[in-house]
Design a binder for this molecule. Structure first.
Ligand SMILES: Nc1ncnc2c1ncn2[C@@H]1O[C@H](COP(=O)(O)OS(=O)(=O)O)[C@@H](OP(=O)(O)O)[C@H]1O
Ligand SMILES: Nc1ncnc2c1ncn2[C@@H]1O[C@H](COP(=O)(O)OP(=O)(O)O)[C@@H](O)[C@H]1O
Length: 581
């Protein structure tokens, strides 16, 4: 009996649902062959995968994406876009593709093999490239996400951070990507199926999440499990979720704490290394297929499943129940039962949670939105017990201390001589006078003597300088400190990049020191404007190199209109009003 037939028979035997397409893939080679391929892979073209590609690879190799055996070729890709199916007709809603640059693609010979590596250079798999093709990213965004609006994180990634060429081909797995965090909570579909068998679990309802779970989630999952007579699998995505989400380390601590609030032996926790696309209905279908591969017989789809929030006009990208409708439409061929659920809300008068559609006029409904929860965490305000469990609040508070203890960056930007350093020093003095927070100053001149020594003033060098400042600031903020940065930072793109780096860990406060050029030039503290006018310095900001005015900084201060003390007062008052000082 060949391996495929054996797999089908065993799937029938264990009474767990069959995997998608009938075959649970396992693309890892046996140990000796994997060892030989690892040695051989050193001679192949090397490719370091980004986080999304690494997540995709892991689920391709371990069978989470069964029946796929590699990255999609053109025919599969086209049909997935057009009607959510592989070329052979199997339901598959999200394109799993390997994007590269044109230069990398051009360097490959026909039928090339390439080594796919993690960020440490460890070879994980070899891809035999069967097809090289140019996708139309705009068409892909429209088909998969239904929009080309870059506010959608999946669209932004596709249009701005995805290579122009796709490589299709089959994979041979060498070794699993290493995870040193929560290793005991990570399982392949094969492992999880084995665990279900050992524990006699046959009906299993899976729950997907990218957020910390509170009482509403507990009620919802318990009701869903009870409704279909199944055990519960809490399977949060921990690969990559929506930018700005609570990090998975914190979330997993919350899930673990919550697990103690389920009836014994009724709920299990397993982490899914999925790179979410936030693709709403299509993504929900994909999630269901993946859970089926892990052996779940049922899948909970709540309100706004995998929703990316609102578009540029403030309207939701997807109808909150579109995912449930799409899954219902494919019910017969999906092979995993969908358990649709409305939002759960708290009725204070009954001191209980209810599905929204069971609420009546007399009920006093209470809810705390994600935004409100973040606000309360930031301000240190209380979070009621009806909303979540005290252990969960404690974990979230440790991770998100009230503003007064959370790190942030003050990023002064403006022309040379505008007053950035002077103002930074004055604000520094205020912060040190009134608080005990560690403060790091990354002044333009100072940085250029150390961190950015050797860099000049070309666009490339200036961008590198600002990225370095942003990186150091983000580390300071990550550890709860205050970073005060004061470079010219003339280019909007680099400023935004610094913002992204910092915002992963705390607030980024951009302060445009908007002193007019004439005033800066009249001050000419260092004689550089005169030298620039005389042509002795080339590419001087404001003279013969541009300064891109910040469009929407948190604050704008013109030092020609105020004394140093006044200007520092404006900044400090703003920090106070935001709870940062
Ligand atoms: N070509 C040119 N353009 C602008 N500035 C120049 C140039 N050459 C030297 N300097 C001096 O370098 C200081 C600016 O460095 P920054 O690191 O803040 O610049 S940047 O953000 O990387 O563009 C700046 O200091 P500040 O006056 O404190 O802003 C200048 O003194
Ligand atoms: N209200 C003010 N705020 C800040 N600087 C001022 C003000 N009025 C005059 N200045 C002077 O302007 C110059 C600004 O230089 P600096 O702070 O080094 O600017 P930058 O760091 O932006 O190059 C200093 O000599 C400072 O004394």
């Amino acid at each position: 009996m060949n391996a495929i037939a054996a797999e089908i028979v065993s799937a029938e035997h264990d009474a767990l649902v069959p995997p998608h397409g009938g075959v649970l893939r396992d693309l890892y080679l046996p140990t000796a062959e994997a060892e030989a391929l690892k040695r051989f892979s050193a001679s192949l073209p090397q490719r370091t995968l980004n986080q999304r590609q690494l997540c995709d690879l892991e689920l391709l190799l371990n069978g989470g994406f069964s029946p796929l055996q590699g990255f999609l070729g053109r025919a599969d890709y086209d049909r997935v876009l057009a009607d959510m199916r592989l070329a052979d007709g199997t339901l598959w809603p999200i394109p799993i593709t390997l994007d590269v640059s044109e230069a990398f693609a051009a360097s490959l010979s026909a039928k090339a093999q390439i080594s796919l590596n993690d960020t440490q250079g460890t070879p994980l798999a070899v891809l035999t490239v069967e097809e090289v093709y140019f996708p139309d990213h705009i068409a892909e965004a429209r088909a998969v996400f239904g929009t080309t609006d870059r506010t959608h994180p999946g669209v932004a990634e596709l249009l701005d951070r995805t290579g122009p060429v796709y490589l299709g081909g089959t994979l041979q797995g060498i070794q699993q990507p290493s995870h040193y965090d929560f290793a005991s909570l990570r399982h392949s579909p094969r492992h999880l199926r084995e665990w279900f068998r050992q524990h006699g679990w046959h009906r299993i309802v899976a729950f997907q999440t990218r957020n910390p779970m509170h009482r509403a989630h507990r009620e919802l999952t318990l009701r869903a499990a009870e409704q279909v007579g199944a055990k519960l699998l809490i399977q949060p995505s921990v690969g990559r979720t929506k930018p700005g989400d609570v990090d998975h380390y914190t979330r997993v601590r919350c899930y673990r704490a919550l697990l103690n609030h389920y009836p014994k032996d009724h709920a299990a926790l397993s982490l899914l290394p999925l790179a979410m696309r936030m693709g709403g209905p299509r993504e929900a279908l994909w999630h269901a297929i993946i859970r089926k591969n892990y052996g779940a017989s049922h899948f909970i789809v709540g309100r706004d499943h995998a929703g990316p929030g609102n578009d540029t006009n403030g309207r939701p990208f997807y109808d909150p129940y579109a995912a449930q409708q799409l899954l219902a439409a494919h019910r017969d061929e999906l092979g995993i039962e969908i358990v649709p659920f409305p939002a759960m809300v708290y009725a204070a008068n009954r001191d209980t949670y209810l599905p929204q559609n069971e609420v009546d006029a007399k009920d006093e409904v209470r809810d705390i939105s994600g935004t409100e929860l973040r606000r309360r965490l930031h301000s240190g305000e209380s979070i009621p017990e009806w909303f979540t469990f005290p252990e969960v609040v404690n974990i979230l508070r440790e991770r998100h201390p009230a503003n007064a203890r959370e790190g942030f960056a003050l990023f002064f930007t403006g022309l040379s001589g505008s007053g950035k350093s002077t103002l930074a020093q004055a604000v520094l003095a205020r912060l040190l006078e009134t608080g005990s927070r560690p403060v790091t100053v990354l002044d333009g001149d100072e940085v250029r003597r150390h961190l950015s020594k050797g860099l000049g003033f070309s666009r490339e060098d200036r961008d590198a300088n600002i990225t370095r400042i942003g990186y150091v600031a983000s580390e300071v903020v990550r550890h709860g400190g205050i970073a005060i940065c004061a470079p010219i930072a003339p280019y909007a793109g680099a400023r935004d990049e610094a913002r992204q780096l910092v915002q992963a860990h705390g607030r980024f406060v951009e302060i445009h020191v908007s002193t007019p050029l004439e005033v800066c030039e009249a001050r000419d503290r260092k004689g550089l404007y005169a030298a620039a006018r005389a042509g002795k310095i080339k590419g001087f900001t404001g003279i013969d190199d541009p300064y891109e005015t910040p469009a929407s900084p948190e604050l704008r201060v013109d030092t020609s209109q105020r004394t140093v003390t006044d200007a520092a007062d404006v900044v400090f008052a703003w920090l106070k009003s935001e709870g940062l000082a």
